[in-house]
Design a protein around this ligand. Structure first.
Ligand code: UDP
Ligand code: MG
Length: 329
């Protein structure tokens, strides 16, 4: 990738863009910024940090605005309300201008030192460097179990190649970012969207640290919603499962009806059969409701997509230029 490197030297575009979406992270922002600058300062060219305030209600916005850019450029974007991490990240991907982009959590759960290794692999020609968590420190047994279950279901049902335990922390080359920015869907299931374009991928492993301060912004309800969205927006297999369940129940019902009919014709058997009747009615009713619900999920998604509303609304934007002249890099 030598030509790629010389492009980076000549152009005024930042070398890396680090995207940090945050929601009420005033305790973490300064430390996160400091840690990022320490890493970026050791890289040969000037970079960019893009902060996206996803509708914080504490003083995170003021903290973010007071950060100094040093020899890098700084972009602070404030969304008009909380749109969710996925939308905030989409905003960041669109605003970022670096030759490679790395989404980064403000709570310092992803070690910034990993960026060196990611850049090294990127320079050697990979387009996506995925960071896989080997251990989830500071997370409860329940969260670990539900995460495992989620990845298993997702890989069984979904058609795109989503690696287990890889979060949003990954390096994406500009060409991958361009593909992601051109994807218009409203359901921003990032793990799926980031994996969809393909390209040359490399997986590195790291240990995920516990949060530096504050609490996770996810609860089980939000996680369940995300998991459901992930599965339904990346696969129509659940619909096929519903069809399969319908076919199976009809088949069983058909065989059973032959048995009942034969019994009635041969032995009479006038009133027996209340329990079996109830079971059949409940079973078929259950399968029907489930299938209609599932169908509704997909129709609902079509409805949301058809409205074509913007993914997010930007309220304010601040840009601090790099102290170095870009030509000097
Ligand atoms: N976040 C956000 N909008 C939200 C929820 C979270 O921008 O609606 C940010 C949050 O401030 C943090 C990152 O997304 O920088 C990851 O969130 P969190 O640490 O709560 O998630 P976890 O690490 O538990 O998966
Ligand atoms: Mg976190």
């Amino acid at each position: 990738m030598m030509s790629n490197s010389s492009d980076k030297n000549e152009s005024t575009t930042p070398y890396l863009s680090i995207i940090v979406p945050f929601l009420n992270e005033s305790e973490n922002l300064a430390k996160c910024h400091h840690a990022l600058l320490q890493v970026l300062d050791k890289l040969p060219h000037h970079s960019e940090i893009v902060y996206i305030d996803d509708g914080s209600t504490d003083d995170s916005w003021l903290v973010a605005c007071s950060l100094h850019s040093g020899r890098h450029s700084l972009r602070v974007i404030r969304l008009s309300r909380n749109f969710g991490k996925e939308c905030a990240l989409s905003a960041g991907l669109l605003k970022a201008s670096g030759s490679a982009v790395i989404p980064f959590d403000a709570d310092l759960q992803d070690p910034p030192e990993c960026i060196f290794q990611m850049v090294e692999e990127w320079e050697s020609g990979y387009d996506i460097i995925e960071m896989q968590r080997t251990e989830r420190l500071g997370e409860t047994f329940c969260k670990k179990l539900s995460a495992k279950l989620f990845y298993k279901t997702l890989s069984a049902l979904s058609d795109s190649d989503i690696n287990e335990n890889v979060g949003d922390f990954r390096l994406l080359d500009r060409k991958v970012v361009q593909v992601i920015n051109s994807m218009p869907e409203r359901n921003r299931f990032m793990k799926g969207l980031l994996s969809w374009p393909g390209f040359k991928r490399k997986v590195l492993t790291f240990q995920r640290a516990p949060r530096h301060a504050g609490t996770s912004k996810w609860n089980y309800f939000k996680l369940f919603k995300l998991a459901f969205e992930g599965i339904t927006s990346f696969s129509t297999k659940p619909l096929r499962l519903a069809t399969f369940a319908g076919v199976t129940t009809s088949l069983i019902a058909f065989i059973y009806s032959i048995i009942v009919l034969t019994k009635t014709v041969i032995w009479g058997d006038p009133v027996a059969g209340y329990p079996s009747l109830l079971i059949v009615v409940l079973l078929i009713g259950g399968v029907q409701l489930l299938s209609i619900g599932l169908l509704g999920e997909y129709v609902g998604r079509l409805f949301i997509e058809s409205k074509q509303r913007p993914l997010y609304v930007v309220m304010e934007e601040i840009f601090k230029e790099s102290k170095d002249s870009p030509q000097a890099n």
